[in-house]
Design a binder for this molecule. Structure first.
Ligand code: HEC
Length: 169
């Protein structure tokens, strides 16, 4: 079995060179009140129970959305429909189709060493900051910007799923 090592190395190289798999279309997103009926049907509960369930999620401690295929799919669809034009399809501002107005701060680049470091060091504290910025929009360090607040159109679970998507970029 003298060729075992080269074979293994060859396989690793082959896998690494194949690149990212083609992106699968996440389907429709559900901003607004229609979300609760949709989510209730997925969970097999009443719409009122889906609203109560959502209201019970903390705004400080992340809801676990990564293990939920439906929430991962929803986050990708919301990002594509509501966020990508300003933030880039993979969270890189260079891919955005709407530029920041002069005098405004541009969004951050996600997936950078800096953002990975912030998530790693500050953990749920930083995740809560990201949640708040999505929920409330508003200004960073007092400089006005075009980031809308989403807490009237998105559920807490959707916002946490978006925060997880951002962390995973
Ligand atoms: C109209 C453009 C626009 C849209 C749409 C938009 N954003 Fe933003 N967003 C911005 C700008 C500009 C900033 C930077 C403002 C600042 O921090 O001063 C920002 C900031 C943020 C931040 C804080 C960190 C940062 O990049 O500075 C998060 C998190 C964020 N956006 C998430 C989202 C999510 C999630 C969506 C979709 C649900 C979204 N944004 C939609 C323009 C937009």
């Amino acid at each position: 079995m003298r060729c075992t090592l080269p074979t293994i190395l060859g396989l690793i190289l082959l896998t690494a060179c194949q690149g990212a798999p083609p992106a699968v279309d996440p389907g429709p997103s559900h901003a607004g009140d229609g979300w609760y009926a949709f989510r209730a049907a997925q969970l097999g509960i009443e719409e009122s129970a889906a609203r109560e369930r959502d209201a019970a999620f903390s705004t400080e401690i992340p809801a676990e959305t990564r293990s939920d295929t439906e929430m991962r799919r929803e986050a990708r669809a919301l990002w594509r429909d509501l966020c990508a034009h300003c933030h880039g399809s993979r969270g890189r501002v260079e891919d955005a189709t709407i530029a920041t107005s002069p005098g405004q701060k541009p969004p951050r680049d996600w997936g950078s060493f800096g953002s990975a470091f912030a998530f790693a060091i500050t953990g749920d504290g930083f995740r809560a900051v990201v949640y708040r910025r999505i929920a409330e929009g508003g200004d960073r360090e007092g400089v006005p910007n075009t980031m809308p607040g989403w807490d009237r159109t998105l559920s807490r679970e959707q916002i946490w799923a978006l925060a997880a998507l951002i962390e995973d970029f």
